[in-house]
Design a protein around this ligand. Structure first.
Ligand code: LLP
Length: 431
């Protein structure tokens, strides 16, 4: 099986986090998102321990909550003592309503409106990760109005191609995010930030992309950022206290993907930063990291019920399910790979080549093409593994399809974290 939280139960049904998936499908209905709470907590602890072990005091992970956002996940992050990253008033509000301590909340995004900044300050946001100089001066003047000194971190593009899908690559010069070291924009922003009266410049940030398996791009990013910190210390007598290295570690979606040891990966990056700091006689900064996918992706699984099995002779075997691009748009968007099981008959040979089709009126609404599963029949349960990141958070109501609920699987039982959307929910904003 793909991951150690997936196995086959005595009756041939697929189990996830020790739970029988077919029984969960009966109990909650399908489509259904499952989240393995134990695994999420374990991953948060791995990051927390690695940052504490290899970097100076105060180095902590920040959960990039765009990967999966609902009140419960912010409560789990709060209980595990990690920070969170939010990218919109919506994520910020969810964290706030979940009781997450706002001083541990970092507000990202490449375009924060004045209203967003005001909203965040009114809710006691800890720190802004600033994308550009217009935003920097806007934060300063809104902070002035509130008579506060606002902590900020500047987002810098180190100029790296991390060899991942173009749409999730963010660290190159041409990126819409952040300010480039190479063009001099990053340096200009540091100069401005140091002069602004209501801004407290806490450090620098970079995020090079997502679903990255190699360690070289992270090590290179750490090196370029450290060299930049040294440069601004030498030129502006400003010593960066905090360096945020972003998220991006890859996750195993299919058997061929490697499995990353996150603890060891962080050790490697730490060694590099330490070496450069020692050579340059620069005090080792506090390190923040922002994992999203690697905290929640393989803690997730989606269950569907099979409608029809349609064999188009000489072409494809379509297995239609009761969800699709509305709950998981990643194949349609990026051609992302997934591992699929016939959860009802997980003990049978996966020898049937199937294309899992969603229910939307759109030919591209596929979950995966030509994957091998045990031959399904109408009403069998299909399980898609590794759907914990960027599935629920990217779900839509296209075709007015209601979004599935999220069920948490914990050591103390299964419980709803998000209810199933109803038809009345779908029309509640219509006048
Ligand atoms: N920090 C920043 C500033 C980010 O932009 C992101 C992701 C992360 C951290 C978390 O990266 P992760 O650890 O999850 O790789 N929707 C796409 C992924 C977009 C990622 C956007 N930024 C997908 O489904 O693959």
């Amino acid at each position: 099986m793909l991951s150690n939280n997936i196995s086959v139960g005595a009756n041939g049904n697929l189990t996830f986090a020790g739970y029988n998936t077919v029984e969960l499908a009966q109990k909650y209905g399908t489509p259904l998102y499952l989240m393995d709470e134990t695994m999420i907590r374990e991953r948060m602890r791995v990051y927390k321990k690695a940052l504490a072990d290899f970097f100076p005091n105060g180095s902590v992970p920040e959960y990039a909550s765009k990967a999966f956002s609902c009140k419960r996940i912010y409560q789990i992050a709060a209980e595990e003592g990690i920070n969170v990253d939010v990218v919109s008033p919506g994520e910020l509000y969810t964290a706030f309503k979940a009781g997450f301590p706002m001083e541990r909340c970092f507000f990202h995004s490449n375009n924060k409106t004045d209203a967003d900044i005001e909203f965040a300050i009114n809710h006691g946001i800890g720190c802004f990760v600033v994308d550009n100089t217009d935003e920097l001066t806007a934060i300063d003047s809104i902070a002035k109005k509130h008579s506060i000194n606002q902590r900020v971190i500047l987002r810098v593009t180190p100029g790296i191609d991390p060899h991942t899908h173009k749409k999730i690559s963010t660290g190159s010069e041409e990126s819409k995010f952040g300010m480039s070291i190479k063009t001099g924009d990053a340096e200009k922003a540091v100069k401005i930030a140091l002069k602004l009266e209501n801004i407290s410049l806490e450090g620098l940030h970079c995020h090079i992309g997502s679903q990255i398996f190699e360690s070289d791009p992270f090590v290179t990013a750490a090196q370029l950022m450290t060299e930049f910190m040294v440069k601004i210390r030498n030129e502006y007598s400003y010593t960066t206290e905090t360096l945020n290295l972003g998220g991006g570690f890859g996750v195993k979606y299919v058997e061929n993907d490697p499995e990353i040891d996150y603890y060891e990966r962080i050790r490697e990056v730490a060694q590099k930063v330490k070496n450069i700091c020692e050579n340059e006689n620069f005090p080792m900064p506090k390190i923040l990291m922002e994992p999203g996918r690697s905290l929640v992706a393989d803690a997730g699984m989606t269950l569907y019920t099979v409608g029809g099995v349609k064999e188009v002779k000489g072409y494809k075997n379509y297995v239609s399910v009761d969800g699709g691009m509305t709950d998981n748009p990643r194949y349609a968007l990026y051609g992302s790979q997934y591992t699929i099981y016939n959860a009802t008959n997980a003990d049978k040979e996966p020898d049937y080549v199937a294309t899992i089709a969603g229910r939307c009126c759109e030919s591209g609404d596929l979950i995966q093409e030509d994957v091998k599963i045990a031959k399904p029949e109408r009403n069998d349960i299909i399980a898609v593994a590794t759907t914990g990141a960027y599935n629920y958070s990217m779900a839509s109501n296209y075709n007015r399809v209601a979004r599935p609920p999220v069920v948490m699987l914990s050591e103390n039982g299964d419980y709803l974290a998000v209810k199933r959307e109803t038809l009345d929910d779908l029309i509640k904003l219509d006048i």
